[in-house]
Design a protein around this ligand. Structure first.
Ligand SMILES: *Cc1c(COP(=O)(O)O)cnc(C)c1O
Length: 406
């Protein structure tokens, strides 16, 4: 197998789903978003694991993602979170995906197809309570719900909305989220007052689970938490989860270089002293952002070594320093859960909260191997370039083999 690989700890993933389940009301259902290949973790394996851990719904962004799950034999309800093109409607129905409805035009287009097939097809009404992305306005919700109710081939099975700042503790953001939740609640009540059952009500993402328990309603849609990252790192103890993905590679070359020698494209890094350079077969095409060049360290045998020079498409280099006992073929931990840093792959470690604490003081210090057991999380890597953990995980390319640990 290729040196660069993503180890997917399905055992941690299931434990995370169970931790979420314990945190919410017993009657509340869990929907696990498995869009973007389960945030890069592998949609089919994660879907199966999510269901095994007690999730009742899955959610995808595209019809194709939903079809791939159906082809793999997954029968659980699958929510389609993004809006499709009209030409995708037949496939939605054939694959039994549950679409979000945000306007009358879509009701008409969908009902032509559902009526043809003599179905009573479940849909969820999507209300925009402040995200500004998709969904009808709160005022349009009642007429749209009535239209769905009056359409014999459709059935209103749920009411959904999405929160825009649920993962922020800034007072104005907390206020905004509370306002979104109360707008959503008001729509639910308005439908009920008009004799329309809203079905499954759901608005909560990972951030809301941590900060806004009143957002639970009938179902929650935690993605980030399930994959092991706290939406608010400083509050990771509230729902303690473990990162599921561990990215590793191996040293494929070590060479001695002299002071003054340049490394990689652009000759941006010049060795400040005689040193050893390790090459690892991991680059930006694998999903290691090029903007991390010179800003990150990776750990080998519990010691941290700065990445130097520009990250290439398929490879990058580490400065091992003048005196290093790193050997060719040694394993390099790019990021992962605490257990990976401890070298105990697969060993459960409930340290949850400590992820993301440490990342490299990379930069130009040749030989700056840090003896502390430093490791990266997808979150710490992302933060060093102003990004978010989601991007790092989703960005791990399909050419990186996934190795599943169950
Ligand atoms: C992706 C997504 C989620 C999950 O968000 P997390 O922040 O990963 O918990 C929930 N709802 C919708 C509509 C989404 O698109």
């Amino acid at each position: 197998m290729r040196a660069t690989r993503a180890i997917i700890h399905l055992d941690y993933f299931k434990a995370n789903v169970l931790t979420i389940k314990k945190h919410i009301k017993p009657q509340c259902t869990i929907c696990i978003p498995v869009k973007a290949d389960a945030y890069g973790h592998g949609a089919i394996s994660c879907s199966i694991a999510a269901i095994q851990a007690g999730a009742k719904f899955l959610a995808v962004a595209s019809v194709q993602e939903g079809s791939e799950l159906r082809s793999a034999g997954i029968v659980a309800p699958i929510l389609l979170l993004s809006l499709p093109l009209p030409e995708e409607i037949p496939e939605i129905i054939e694959q039994e995906l549950t679409p979000l409805i945000a306007d009358e035009e879509f009701v008409s287009l969908l009902s032509v197809e559902t009526a043809k097939r003599a179905l009573v097809y479940p849909v969820h009404l999507k209300v925009d309570t402040g995200m500004g992305r998709i969904g009808c306005s709160p005022e349009e919700a009642l007429p749209l719900a009535k239209k769905i109710q009056d359409t014999r081939s459709l059935r209103l099975a749920g009411l959904a909305s999405h929160l825009s700042v649920a993962d922020s503790t800034a007072p104005e953001d907390v206020q905004w989220t509370k306002a979104q939740i109360s707008r959503f609640s008001a729509v639910c009540k308005e439908l009920e007052a008009n004799g329309i059952s809203p079905g499954i009500r759901h608005i909560a993402n990972s951030g809301a689970l941590v900060l806004h328990p009143e957002a639970e309603f009938d179902m929650v849609r935690p993605g980030l938490l399930a994959y092991g990252y706290a939406p608010i790192p400083s509050m990771s103890e509230i729902i303690p989860v473990q990162p599921v993905m561990e990215l590793e590679s191996f040293v494929v070359s070590i060479k001695k270089i002299a002071k003054g020698q340049a490394i990689s494209y652009g000759r941006t890094w010049i060795a400040p002293c005689d040193t050893h350079i390790a090459t690892i077969p991991l680059g930006y095409a694998d999903g290691l952002p090029r903007s991390l060049s010179g800003k990150v360290s990776f750990s080998i045998e519990g010691r941290s070594y700065p990445q130097v020079g520009r990250i290439c498409m398929d490879q990058c280099m580490l400065d091992l320093g003048p005196h290093s006992d790193v050997q060719r073929w040694d394993r390099v931990l790019i990021f992962g859960p605490p257990s990976a840093a401890a070298g105990k792959v697969g060993a459960a470690d409930s340290a949850g909260g400590k992820v993301g604490a440490a990342t490299g003081k990379a930069g130009g210090n040749a030989g700056a191997a840090n003896s502390a057991a430093i490791y990266n999380s997808a979150d710490s890597l992302a933060r060093s370039i102003g990004g978010i953990a989601y991007e790092i995980c989703c960005g791990i390319h399909r050419r990186v083999p996934r190795v599943y640990i169950s």
